[in-house]
Design a protein around this ligand. Structure first.
Ligand SMILES: [Zn+2]
Length: 63
């Protein structure tokens, strides 16, 4: 039994807010600039855009 299929199924139902957060989080792990930042607002341009998308998704997801 592999847990990979379970992860794929979860990803399909992932809500936009969590998806946006995951994109930002993955960026902070790959980006040498954002990696050392304690606040998302101090990240690079890409990092701040991803964080902004997450905040928008969080606001829009409360409907
Ligand atoms: Zn970055």
């Amino acid at each position: 039994m592999s847990g990979g299929r379970v992860g794929a199924a979860v990803r399909q139902t992932e809500i936009p807010m969590l998806r946006a957060y995951r994109l930002w989080f993955e960026h902070t792990r790959k980006c040498s600039h954002c990696k050392g930042m304690r606040k998302a607002q101090d990240g690079c341009t890409d990092g701040r855009e991803l964080w902004g998308a997450y905040r928008l998704a969080r606001i829009g997801g409360t409907s």
